[in-house]
Design a protein around this ligand. Structure first.
Ligand SMILES: Cc1cc2nc3c(=O)[nH]c(=O)nc-3n(C[C@H](O)[C@H](O)[C@H](O)COP(=O)(O)OP(=O)(O)OC[C@H]3O[C@@H](n4cnc5c(N)ncnc54)[C@H](O)[C@@H]3O)c2cc1C
Length: 381
């Protein structure tokens, strides 16, 4: 199928990224999983080659290319493993807040080092007491002279351990009505007094992806680190969450394609009852169903990426893509594991890792239930 938003330049870029990943990521991935972290050196190598935030303007160190290149990066990273999601989060989720809402001074201060990988970023919305209900966050930021004083705790933060710069959602007005109008975003830098990291969290999957708790106790952030306007944080989050959901959908689709490819090869080589497993009708039907879901998912997703690149409003469709493609990938993971038999449950086969990595895609970036809430609301229900 021809992919409408991709041209020869994107494909050349994909080739060089794939070559880079074959040398710098695939051979080390298992070790990173054991270490429970990706080394910072991998980030700077990505940066050296122009694989971080390529869509940032040249004057801030980027390549100024269209978002199709970012989509290619997300796909190729997912083909290595879902544990690289933190890089996509940096490229397509966190840094875009600075590009969109940062002042000129903030952009010059941070963007060039986001492109080189010297600065790793994170976004901290979720708290121990609230995730889906973002307007219910309890972390506060109070202006005292030239500084805001932040108090609160965040959890499940991707890149939480490595992060040099964290965008933190805080309440600046506890009495705002409606309450989401009291939310503001702050850029908290490493070594800011009162900012510490809590536990590195032990997860079911995404083992090489660092996910952590962040603690703010009397954390003093200069008012120059307010992002955009006070009280507009929730609106900014709602705007930027669309691209976040698109990135998660892209990852889920790529993971489904990868699992399918591996299973197709496996069933042809594994024999039972004197013939390849691929010869059983059940195997054929399962793979035929998966191939259909994958083709349909790809068509919907590519059209959506093109609409996003054209600046169209994708809120409803991206919510559809996010829930549907992550649900499909989760089902495909289970079916592919089943077709691998006992070997599918062994770590030496990649499907085992994929099976435990994929379920989180229906939880983060807004749960799949929240996606359906949005779709229903936009249906006028
Ligand atoms: C590996 C990982 C990485 C993450 N990375 C980040 C990050 O970088 N930054 C960040 O801020 N957060 C991050 N998160 C947090 C993630 O976004 C939240 O876990 C998610 O939004 C759900 O919030 P919750 O965990 O509080 O679940 P809850 O909100 O407590 O939801 C529990 C259940 O109730 C359902 N539910 C809630 N409200 C409704 C409703 N209105 N209608 C129907 N059902 C509902 C949910 O769908 C879910 O099934 C990460 C989470 C994980 C697991």
């Amino acid at each position: 199928m021809k992919r409408s938003f991709l041209n020869d330049d994107h494909e050349m870029f994909r080739k060089s990224l794939r070559k880079f990943l074959e040398k710098e990521a695939y051979p080390y991935y298992d070790q990173w999983e054991k270490d429970r972290i990706i080394p910072r050196s991998f980030w700077t190598k990505m940066g050296d080659q122009g694989f971080l935030c390529p869509d940032i303007e040249e004057k801030y160190g980027g390549s100024g290319v269209d978002w199709g290149f970012a989509a290619v990066i997300s796909e190729e990273l997912e083909r290595v493993g879902s544990g690289l999601i933190g890089i996509g989060l940096h490229n397509d989720i966190v840094v875009p807040y600075i590009t969109a809402y940062g002042t000129e001074e903030q952009k010059q201060r941070w963007l060039p080092r986001c492109v080189t990988g010297e600065i790793i970023t994170a976004i901290a919305m979720t708290e121990p007491g609230t995730g889906s209900d973002l307007a219910g966050i309890k972390t506060t930021a109070k202006l005292e002279g030239s500084h805001y004083i932040i108090n609160g705790q965040k959890t499940f933060i991707t890149n939480g351990i490595h992060a040099d710069l964290v965008i933190v959602a805080c309440k600046t007005d506890l009495h705002a009505k409606p309450k989401h109008k009291g939310v503001s975003l702050f850029v908290v830098e490493r070594d800011t007094p009162g900012f510490t990291r809590g536990r590195k969290l032990d997860k079911v999957g995404l083992h090489c992806q660092d996910t952590a708790e962040l603690i703010f106790e009397g954390c003093r952030v200069h008012k120059d680190n307010l992002l955009g306007e006070e009280g507009k944080g929730f609106t900014y989050l709602m705007e930027k969450l669309q691209q976040e959901r698109l990135v998660v959908a892209i990852g889920a689709q790529a993971a489904a394609e990868e699992m399918f490819k591996q299973t197709l090869n496996y069933v042809k080589s594994r024999e039972a009852f004197g013939r390849p497993v691929s010869q059983f009708q059940n195997t054929q039907f399962k793979l035929a169903e998966m191939a259909t879901d994958i083709e349909m998912g790809r068509a919907f997703l590519d059209a959506l990426i093109a609409e996003h690149m054209a600046g169209e409003n994708i809120v409803t469709k991206v919510s559809m893509a996010k829930w549907k493609l992550t649900d499909t990938a989760k089902r495909i993971a289970g079916e592919c594991m089943q077709l691998h038999g006992g070997y599918g449950y062994m770590e030496e086969y990649e499907i085992a890792r994929r099976y435990r990595d994929i379920p989180v895609a229906s939880i983060y970036a807004g749960t799949n239930e929240i996606m359906k809430v949005i779709i229903a609301k936009n249906l006028g229900l």
